[in-house]
Write a protein that binds this ligand. Sequence first.
Ligand code: SF4
Length: 348
Amino acid sequence: MGSITFEEILDKLKNYDGEEVHIMEVCGTHTAAISENGIPSMLSPKIKLISGPGCPVCVTVTAVIDRLVELSMEENTIVLTFGDLIRVRGTHKSLADAKADGGHVRMVYSPMETVKLAKEDPSHTYVFAAIGFETTTPVYAMVLEEAVKENVKNLKLLTSLKTMPEVIRWVVKNGGGIDGFIAPGHVCAVTGSDTFKELSDELGIPFVVSGFEGKQLIMTIYALLQMKGKSGIKNLYKNVVTEEGNTKAKEVVEKYFEVSDASWRGMGKIKGSGMALIKEYADFDAGSIGLDEDHMPPGCCCASVLVGKLKPYECPLFGKTCTPDNAHGACMVSTEGSCYNYFVSGRR
Ligand code: SF4
């Protein structure tokens, strides 16, 4: 940041009195870090941070949950899932509800556990809920790599995998008013910072790649303020993110997945915004195609929160009938969700 000290940066951000600036943090982990570090309170009221669509569980449409619930009720099928997803409601129930009703649902803590479970129990079909962004897709590809190597045929994936660039384009074109993006650090570690270059040029909006520490996020916001009105990528997370990304991770993803359209909560189907299993590995698919419908719980405003049109506390249910202990919508369930983070940190 040239010769300016961090204290001077803090002072400039606190006392900024120019035109209002709207900065979107796209990644759910950034939302959590910004909230935990109390960053909004360190900024001038003219610098507005907006939480974006980067919480994987929150953007998963109910059709995916419904399909998992349905599979869990099949006689010889066991659904495997990571933590947060189990509590997210589908059209009628969550996987936790399905489990209480006798459905076969198990939490897993490590992806490779799924291959081991399936291998040791060939009498059941194991369905792994493969939900996430560019960061987790290589992990699912590695699960497939292991399943192929071990000739495990009773492990399948229900995929709802998404990618960032197209949803960012969608958000800008369907709402706009965003002056800069805090580019997702974990995603960029896989894809490389170059992945946002073309998009930045096309939209004329700057992107700054950031890590997750409070100090780095402050520097990122300051950099975006300096770049306002211009396109460009700045990488402030150079110890983790390179321009080209993780070549090995990208190769393993390309072996098993291809670009597809994907359905997003609150945004509908966005062309080229997802990843689906390639035909050669279709036998590993538990029925992921065509899961597009989304029926949110009555009164839940997640759809508007996810695209930055509504602040979580503007939802009439926020903190009343919807809290982390009694979550009504997905954005309050996940620890990366906007509503959850605004609630636990008191962020405004
Ligand atoms: Fe949905 Fe609850 Fe957030 Fe309201 S506060 S948008 S009901 S998750």
